[in-house]
Design a protein around this ligand. Sequence first.
Ligand SMILES: *Cc1c(COP(=O)(O)O)cnc(C)c1O
Length: 235
Amino acid sequence: MSNIQQNIEHISSLIHSAQQKCGRAPDSVQLLAVSKTKPLEDVIQAAKAGQVAFGENYVQEGVDKVQQIQQIAPEFNLDWHFIGPIQSNKTKPVAENFDWVHTVDRSKIAQRLNDQRPADKEPLQVLIQVNTSGESSKSGATEAEVFELAELISSLPNLTLRGLMSIPANVTDYQSQLEAFQQLAQMKEKLSEKFDHIDTLSMGMTGDMEAAIEAGSTMVRIGTAIFGARDYSNR
Ligand SMILES: *Cc1c(COP(=O)(O)O)cnc(C)c1O
């Protein structure tokens, strides 16, 4: 078994224990494998271990992987999630190649993704990225903006709003992690009272996965613990 396959087994068992510890149903948390900066061979190793959902942050790198895998191994039938910041001049390749986008945080981006989604594809599954830490430097909609944006997305035929995503401030103590995630979970509850199809909370990474699961995450985004540390020297 490759390291990547072992890592996926290990993370899956950690997810399982975290679910059990707080009394959540088995399989209520999906693992998203974040393959940014990693080569195609790593994605293939993970796919061979049964991993289906992959997350990418950079448009061109992500599109290259989506298209190459589709050519050389279409049988894997992978789901591709765009989880990086989106500039409005890069929405087209995202709308054409990805299945999910986690980082919709303003109306212009939602409108463009809708208009550029090819007619022969399923609607793009979208999450609103929320800035729970309130830091102005970070991307993400404020709580006040979330509902307005949700109204718009719900009216667009080529997008399906599925829930919320956040990247909280990088804190290491469990209680602070938990509180930030609980804030997002409450917001998702309010959202699901008003809108259909809201079933996804994308929160939790390698360093804060347990707190995210306790707070109700349904999708953890794990890079380092699956593929190892990233090397950014070529970017
Ligand atoms: C890189 C990244 C991840 C994965 O982070 P790790 O700490 O390597 O698990 C998750 N979510 C987003 C939005 C990222 O950019």
